[in-house]
Design a binder for this molecule. Structure first.
Ligand SMILES: [Zn+2]
Ligand SMILES: [Zn+2]
Length: 346
């Protein structure tokens, strides 16, 4: 079927309305009528060519919420009318050790990204800035009642990206967690860590968003531009989740960890980082990374959010405002996620 979409025609060019072809609904597929698509910073990096050549035209969007419009004959997990979501991946091999372990995002044969990737049938995937999408049922999540659709969309990337490391490294009652950066990812990290029962600190460049941070669930808020912050907080945290994609002074952040603590990057700077190994061995500390989460874990995150009344803080826009929204994301002028109301594409 031919559907309306917003696409980047070439690297660095503004997005424009277009139509794209969606595949026929196969026996294991779900056709989703999209209602909302979040704007992730990755969308901007991709269409700007920051991450290498892309199969233009590219329809971005991997924070998708919508309603099931049709299901294939073999699909038993979703029904027409269900509210569902799709995140950063739409397929994986399903057979490797990591897939079998529920870590489809780390598929040894390469997970299939929701857009600008080659699907297992050889076609190029196109994302959520569109009216409809056809996705393998195994990569379609249930959006529980109790979360607004617009607020749910960013959970599919920003939510799971922060939820997974918080869970993996044991954020909970009695633990001290710091979230570096209060943007799209960081604001979800604060909400989730707080709901898990951890003591939450925001480490932001300035105190500009302090009021917001405390409202979202942080117990304290420090400016990283103030050198006293690193002295005062030395050795304090069990877990530091760094959501910032700019290079950081790794040793300075490792010094904030308690014995056995972990510094986990979910932001990915383009340049290699260096660190002094003594920063690790002087406290049995770890420096790690984490990328989104598996499908089962993403469902667990959505259920957790519904149970705790958590959604993203969003600014809902029409599709024709997407280029302006990109400018504002690049200027850090969004609190905290833009979400496209895709009905404006119909
Ligand atoms: Zn994303
Ligand atoms: Zn696999």
């Amino acid at each position: 079927m031919r559907v309306n979409a917003y696409a980047a025609p070439a690297a660095g060019r503004p997005l424009a309305p277009t139509t794209i072809e969606r595949r026929d609904v196969g026996p294991d597929d779900v056709l989703i009528e999209i209602t909302h698509a979040g704007i992730c910073h990755s969308d901007i990096h991709t269409v700007n060519g920051d991450w290498g050549p892309q199969p233009f035209p590219v329809v971005p969007g991997h924070e998708i919420v919508g309603t099931v419009a049709e299901v294939g004959d073999e699909v038993t997990t979703h029904r027409v009318g269900d509210r569902v979501g799709v995140g950063c991946m739409v397929n994986s091999c399903g057979r490797c050790a990591n897939c079998r372990n529920g870590d489809e995002q780390y598929c040894l044969n390469g997970m299939v990204g929701t857009y600008a990737a080659t699907d297992r049938d050889g076609t190029t995937t196109q994302g959520g800035y569109s009216t409809h999408v056809v996705v393998d049922a195994g990569f379609v999540l249930r959006v529980p009642d109790g979360i607004d659709s617009a607020a749910a969309a960013p959970l599919l990337c920003a939510g799971i990206t922060t939820y997974s490391p918080l869970r993996h490294w044991g954020a909970g009652p009695g633990t001290k967690v710091a979230v570096v950066g209060l943007g799209g990812l960081g604001h979800m990290g604060v909400k989730l860590a707080h709901a898990m029962g951890a003591e939450v600190t925001v480490l932001s460049q300035s105190l500009k968003k302090q009021e917001d941070g405390l409202r979202l669930g942080a117990d304290s808020y420090f400016a990283t531009s103030d050198p006293d912050t690193f002295t005062e907080l030395a050795g304090r945290f069990d877990l530091v989740v760094n959501t910032v994609s700019a290079p950081i002074d790794v040793d300075a952040y490792l010094s904030l960890l308690a014995v056995g603590g972990a510094l986990v990057n979910v932001g990915a700077p383009a340049e290699p980082l260096s660190l002094n190994v003594f920063s690790l061995i002087g406290g049995r500390r770890s420096y790690a990374g984490s990328m989104i989460g598996g499908i089962a874990e993403t469902q667990e995150m959505l259920d957790f959010c519904a149970e705790h009344g958590i959604g993203a803080e969003v600014e809902v826009i029409a599709a024709d405002a997407v280029n302006e929204a990109y400018e504002r994301v690049l200027a850090s002028d969004v609190r905290y996620r833009f979400v496209i109301e895709t009905a404006t594409l119909r």
